[in-house]
Design a protein around this ligand. Structure first.
Ligand code: 13P
Length: 267
């Protein structure tokens, strides 16, 4: 039985005070759903004050990225051990915004200045292994862009990203890993993926894991859907066979919305 995991990805939102206030507001709204794993993936600087605010709740702390080195001259980077030091247990790896795969055109994101944040399948793989090494659980994002979907490449892209992320990862860790299927065109657009199609692609991720590790591991790996998950579409998505949770962006910024998504999880 796979435990439902709802993770909020706050992206570049919330000050430390706002982050702490959020915890105080959401905790009573979800305290009857200890069956659901709830993770808040916050900006780095909010993590430390959040740890204290989370004491006495079942909510877990997550980060949005990690570097794979343990220490050294890597200006601007955060090591895995720095995250576990402040109580982080989950970390998002390979988000499409890190891979430079944007769904919504960004007029001020001049690609000649900053193509993307440099994420590749190889760096995703390294980050994932480093997160495990430090005792965290990675949430590994995969998903196609709209042009890839229109060209009929969805399945090839998703299974390729899944396979490359898992290169050299042993079976016991693959079983613990969380994947997030995030079709890039559904992120921040309000255009949620049809629930049957989301379930189909999540099933494809599971069968990719099965090909690599066998049915036992594939039955344990949890797969979230992400992309315009809202209180009013969460129940339908979360009821699907291969969808074990949600990675929530915009709707995770308001305690009542995220709580409603947690409450929409099947019992
Ligand atoms: P939205 O829920 O805002 O579409 O964002 C999804 C996402 O990117 C979560 O990682």
């Amino acid at each position: 039985m796979r435990r439902t995991i709802i993770a909020g990805n706050w992206k570049m939102h919330k000050t430390t005070a706002e982050a702490v206030a959020f915890i105080h507001e959401i905790a009573p709204l979800i305290q009857d759903r200890a069956d659901v794993e709830v993770v808040l993936c916050a900006p780095y600087v909010a993590l430390y004050p959040m740890r204290d605010a989370l004491a006495g709740t079942t909510i877990l702390l997550g980060a949005q990225d990690v570097f794979w080195k343990t220490k050294g001259a890597y200006t601007g980077q955060i090591a895995p051990g720095m995250l576990t030091d402040v109580g982080v247990s989950y970390v998002i790896v390979g988000h499409s915004e890190m891979r430079g795969r944007f769904g919504v055109p960004e007029p001020d994101f001049d690609e000649t200045i900053l193509r993307h944040f440099g994420e590749t399948d190889a760096s995703v793989n390294r980050k994932l292994k480093a997160a495990f090494e430090a005792g965290m659980t990675p949430i590994c994002c995969v998903g196609e862009t709209i042009s890839e979907r229109k060209a009929g490449q969805t399945d090839a892209i998703v299974s390729d990203q899944t396979t490359k992320a898992l290169e050299g990862v042993p079976a016991d860790l693959a079983a613990r890993l969380v994947f997030a299927y995030e079709p890039v065109w559904a992120i921040g657009t309000g255009e949620v993926c049809d629930s049957d199609e989301a379930n189909r692609v999540c099933g494809l991720i599971r069968s990719t894991v099965e090909k690599l590790y066998g049915a036992d591991v594939a039955a344990q790996t949890r797969i979230q859907y992400g992309g315009s998950v809202k209180p009013d579409n969460a129940a339908e998505l979360l009821a699907k066979e291969h969808i074990d949770g949600a990675l929530v962006g915009g709707a995770s910024l308001k305690p009542a919305d995220l709580a409603a998504i947690v409450q929409a999880s099947p019992k």
